[in-house]
Design a protein around this ligand. Structure first.
Ligand SMILES: [Zn+2]
Length: 178
């Protein structure tokens, strides 16, 4: 009976002791303000070991010093930020995929990614191609085609002008004498 009572007392005290571990860790005089924690720590080896482990961890962190930054860190970071800003916005497909992967609706994520995979399976990739049309590579290709078309039109117009000038020169020279 006595041991049972002592055990239950220890377990409840352990709970409060563990919640006060940060205070005990950061404030050495905390046990003088809360002597019941001091007596518990003296009687309970588990809590004392926990506190000691935390103390050794903090002591180890005190000895660690952050490595020096490279002197070009700031300029490199700014250059990379400028690159990211200059880069065009991602396509609709990419944004939808990122939203599904990284959105905070964690409970929806498996269902949504499953639906996405299903849609890709059914569409055989055609859905992705359709949604991916406004992306950068496609527009570059379209621009190239437009430039080629413009060049062809310009060449055609030049040919027409040359034909007209030669034909008008022939007219000025008069009709053929045969
Ligand atoms: Zn304890």
């Amino acid at each position: 009976m006595n041991t049972m009572k002592a055990n239950t007392m220890t377990s409840t005290n352990c709970k409060t002791c563990r919640t006060h571990l940060p205070d005990l860790l950061l404030d050495d005089t905390y046990t003088t303000a809360h002597p019941e924690l001091g007596t518990h720590l003296a009687a309970c080896p588990a809590c004392a070991a926990e506190l000691n482990a935390l103390r050794s961890t903090v002591a180890l962190l005190d000895t660690w010093s952050a490595p020096e930054l490279s002197p070009y860190f700031d300029s490199k970071l700014r250059a990379r930020l400028r690159e990211a800003q200059a880069a065009g916005p991602e396509g609709l497909w990419e944004r939808a995929r990122a939203f599904l992967l990284f959105s905070t609706g964690r409970h929806l994520r498996p269902a949504l990614s499953g639906a996405l995979a299903f849609a890709m399976l059914i569409g055989g990739g055609t859905l992705g191609v359709v949604l991916h049309q406004p992306a950068a590579p496609a527009s570059a290709t379209v621009n190239d085609l437009k430039i080629l078309d413009n060049n062809a039109q310009a060449l055609q117009q030049m040919d027409q002008l040359l034909d007209e000038s030669t034909s008008s020169a022939d007219d000025n020279a008069g009709p053929p004498t045969t």
